[in-house]
Write a protein of this length. Structure first.
Length: 419
């Protein structure tokens, strides 16, 4: 296997060199692009605060595949298994409900100490952590409002939760030496047509301003805000819409989170990256796969994933775009879901790095759209897979579908034993 990977790599390097692309440089660049894996694929967004409670907030994990993680120790073991099958740099994105405590902790009272095991684990794995306040699956979000709630006390509860979350995020960054991106997503919205669309948005803007008022070192913590079109039970109105958060992020210079499932079905976030980055300092991506709705299917190596990756690489956005994943499929092996989605994201980045972009740009500038289309299509079948396999080999991860055997063995020896 090693010999055939080496041979294919040597040939591939020559093929790419012939179109002006340095495959070795592409691999070095891929090492500068961590993908933040989302903890919530491992347990269907249940968390450890109240794992038996229902998932609310208009999101849904469908399926009942056996073996989901029941506690943080199991989730970390599952993540280690998944991460061992994915080459290159990775991060972990945690939600507040994944805290660890012997006694119940209210969300407005969460502290860094409730995440110290995660930090110790991240140090051992040599990865950074990202964070999210959890403004759902809670009695005080049951009527569909959190940071925009009309009741002052309830709204303050969520403001305090987000403030507490920022302190945890800054602690991650300080402990791990890499900034934690903390993304605020709230489910606030209405099932039916509201009379007052403005009031909740006015409350949300004031609440967010209070949330971000405490200053943290940019080297430790980055604020991001995530818009959405609709949720289940919030079909007619979403307070934190695209326009709302685009304006908020631009005026407050926070990062803007673009989730691939949060727009109209024919809208794509790949087209939004180059527009939004002109106004905001950073983008956070939630790479996902909406199938007819915000269904959060596992990311494929499809046209849109490729287009997202190509935008990051073509515009050299290495330091301004943070790549996160957001899917939760409970109908298949959850570890396989992580591996498939994360490997696909990385494959798309590699393919983008192997594109002869300078040449394509020249054709475009010269108005040679025939040449642009012809070469864009031809380069799709250059031997990128041989470069990918070399990357996997160098990172001591399976080059091809052998990773599935490892997942199946883990399923047999570990997951099947979970009740
Ligand atoms: C659990 C996540 O934070 C959530 O999926 C959010 O990012 C989202 O996309 C809601 O639709
Ligand atoms: Mn999302």
């Amino acid at each position: 296997m090693t010999t055939s990977i080496n041979q294919a790599w040597e040939l591939a390097k020559q093929r790419f060199a012939a179109v002006g692309v340095d495959a070795e440089q592409a691999l070095a660049a891929l090492d500068r692009l961590p993908v933040s894996m989302h903890c919530w694929q491992g347990d269907d967004v249940a968390g450890f605060e109240n794992p038996e409670g229902s998932l609310t907030g208009g999101i849904q994990a469908t399926g009942n595949y056996p073996g989901k993680a029941r506690n943080a120790t199991e989730l970390r073991a599952d993540l280690e298994q998944a991460m061992s099958l994915i080459p290159g740099p990775k991060r972990l994105n945690l939600h507040a409900i994944y805290l660890e405590s012997d006694t119940p902790v209210e969300r407005n009272a969460i502290k860094p100490e409730h995440f110290k095991n995660w930090v110790e684990w991240a140090k051992k794995q040599h990865i950074g952590l990202d964070f999210n306040p959890s403004c759902f699956s809670h009695p005080l979000s049951a009527d569909g409002f959190t940071l925009s709630h009309a009741n002052d006390e309830i709204r303050q509860f969520w403001i305090d939760h987000c403030k507490a979350s920022r302190r945890i995020s800054a602690y991650f960054g300080e402990q791990l030496g890499t900034p934690s991106v903390m993304n605020i997503w709230i489910p606030d919205g209405m099932k039916d047509v509201p009379v007052d669309r403005l009031g909740p948005r006015q409350r949300l803007i004031a609440a967010l301003d209070e949330v971000i008022s405490e200053k943290f070192d940019d080297a430790h913590h980055i604020d991001a805000v995530e818009s959405k079109l609709f949720g289940i039970g919030a079909e007619s109105y979403t307070v934190g819409s695209n326009e709302f958060y685009m304006g908020y992020a631009a005026s407050r210079q926070t990062a803007l989170c673009l989730d691939a499932g949060h727009f109209h079905p024919t809208e794509v976030i790949s087209d939004k990256i180059s527009a939004a980055m002109l106004y905001v300092p950073r983008l956070l991506l939630h790479v996902s796969r909406p199938v007819r709705w915000d269904s959060d299917h596992v990311v494929l190596l499809d046209d849109e994933t490729q287009a997202i990756a190509s935008e990051i690489i073509r515009h050299d956005l290495f330091d301004r775009v943070h790549i996160g994943l957001d899917f939760f499929d409970a109908s298949i092996n959850r570890i396989a879901a992580w591996v498939i989605g994360t490997r696909n994201m990385k494959k798309a980045l590699l393919r983008a790095l192997l594109e002869p972009t300078d040449h394509l740009r020249k054709l475009e500038l010269n108005g040679d759209y025939t040449g642009r289309l012809a070469l864009m299509e031809e380069q799709k079948s250059l031997p990128w897979q041989a470069v990918w396999e070399m990357y996997c080999q160098r990172n001591d991860t399976p080059a091809g579908s052998e990773w599935l055997e490892s997942v199946r063995a883990y399923e047999e020896s570990v997951l099947r034993k979970r009740a």
